[in-house]
Design a protein. Structure first.
Length: 421
């Protein structure tokens, strides 16, 4: 069975039948319902919808969503009530960036941390606490949370790169050189959708089972389903329906897909990049053996591909592992145990300008050195290169001068020997 979990199906022609699509929730039903049951009037704030007075429009708790329903957004320090099963239908909610804490709407970063508090809101609360104590790292960036307390799609390492993250702040595919405009550039929609699919199916998807992403985590502007390809929107992967809605893979060109074909990015007559192409060849070989009755196929290994169909940064060989460029060639001389490698530092060096003054120090396997020094200070970093301030040793420091690195809480004789957490 072929699976394509990220396909956004869009109907190009809208229509309305006599009883709509749902035989229970028809326009006739709603007309009768609203005639017999007066819909509650929308609160004034929901009607106004400006920066001062506004609300959140939601599906109505009434049958078939026949009535409009809106929760008024409460402001900071307004009184609120936490909902419970079997309770009254609410008419208000703490506004964006706020949460109900002890009956009062508070900023998520200042509210009491609970078991169900989103990870970014927890991190923001910890950051505010340490900020008040004067215990913030030199290169530490404040948590980048959305209005619901989850991480926004990206995290930045000051002066180096910005990378895509999932809603819990875990790094996922997609990275660009550092920019102060990441909020408008790095949407990571494709990368995040793939992560949702991975979490649901609990396995990595084959290149022909998901939409292709760009190196920044957006949707590629050309997508293929089977042998048919079309132009799509980079922000959500939806077909953009040019003059010819789809073409065969072999017919991809700047003429047939003129609205989305990018010279230097796309190749005429081809869709899959070499890594994805090789992956699908291996998959076809395995499937052919299974059709012949073999239940297991041994000594066949898939190449490691990124979501853009190019080679992933970590590749295996007979000696272990090495850092690779997107075309599969070695990235410098980085090598080691593939299970301990992520090549994040090596990739950062590849992305930042050659003339950059502040370059990270990499281990021989391409990972970030556990200790980095910038702007006169040395500090610990995590596996992704972000300043690590999780110090559990009161006798140690989170950052020191260059001649006192042994006082850092992460100090070891070999700064490149640490586990992939």
């Amino acid at each position: 069975m072929r699976l394509f979990v990220l396909l956004l199906v869009i109907c190009t022609k809208s229509y309305t039948s006599a009883d709509d699509v749902n035989i229970l929730c028809s326009s006739t039903f709603c007309s009768d319902y609203t005639e017999k049951n007066n819909c509650r009037e929308l609160p004034d704030s929901c009607k106004i919808q400006n920066s001062t007075y506004n609300g959140l429009m939601l599906p109505s708790p009434d049958p078939c969503n026949c009535c409009q329903y809106c929760l008024v957004n409460l402001k900071e320090n307004d009184f609120c009530a936490e909902g419970e099963d079997g309770g009254l239908v609410p008419d208000s909610i703490c506004g964006p960036g706020l949460t109900c804490d002890g009956g009062v709407c508070k900023k998520m970063s200042l509210a009491q941390v609970k078991d169900n508090t989103p990870e970014c809101a927890k991190a923001a609360a910890d950051y505010e606490k340490r900020k008040a104590e004067g215990n913030i790292g030199t290169m530490e960036m404040p948590p980048n949370c959305d209005d619901s307390g989850f991480y926004k799609p990206y995290k930045c390492n000051l002066g180096q790169t910005c990378s895509c993250v999932d809603k819990d702040g875990k790094r996922i595919f997609g990275e660009i050189p550092y920019t102060s405009n990441a909020d408008s550039i790095l949407k990571c929609a494709c990368s995040r959708k793939y992560q949702d699919a991975f979490n649901f199916f609990e396995r990595h998807l084959h290149p022909n089972e998901h939409f292709r992403c760009t190196e920044s985590g957006d949707y590629d502007t050309i997508q293929c389903i089977g042998d048919w390809c079309m132009c799509t929107d980079a922000s959500d992967g939806a077909p953009t329906f040019p003059s010819r809605s789809s073409v065969n893979i072999s017919d991809i060109s700047s003429t047939t897909l003129k609205d989305c074909f990018q010279e230097g990015v796309h190749e005429e007559g081809k869709y899959y990049y070499p890594c994805a192409e090789k992956y699908l060849q291996v998959l076809a070989e395995i499937n052919s053996y299974k059709k012949e009755g073999f239940s297991e196929v041994f000594e066949v290994e898939f190449p490691s591909c990124s979501l853009d169909g190019k080679y992933a940064p970590v590749q295996k060989n007979e000696d272990g592992g090495y850092c690779a460029n997107p075309d599969g060639t070695p990235m410098g001389d980085y090598k080691g145990d593939a299970t301990e490698m992520n090549c994040n530092c090596a990739k950062t060096l590849l992305l930042i300008p050659e003339e950059a003054n502040e370059k990270p120090e990499c281990c021989s396997n391409g990972n970030f050195n556990r200790i980095q020094c910038r702007r006169g200070k040395c500090y610990c970093v995590d596996f992704d290169g972000y300043q690590d301030v999780k110090n559990t040793d009161a006798t140690k420091e989170i950052e020191v001068d260059a001649d006192s690195i042994e006082q850092l809480f992460c100090y070891e004789m070999d700064m490149c020997v640490y586990k992939n957490q």
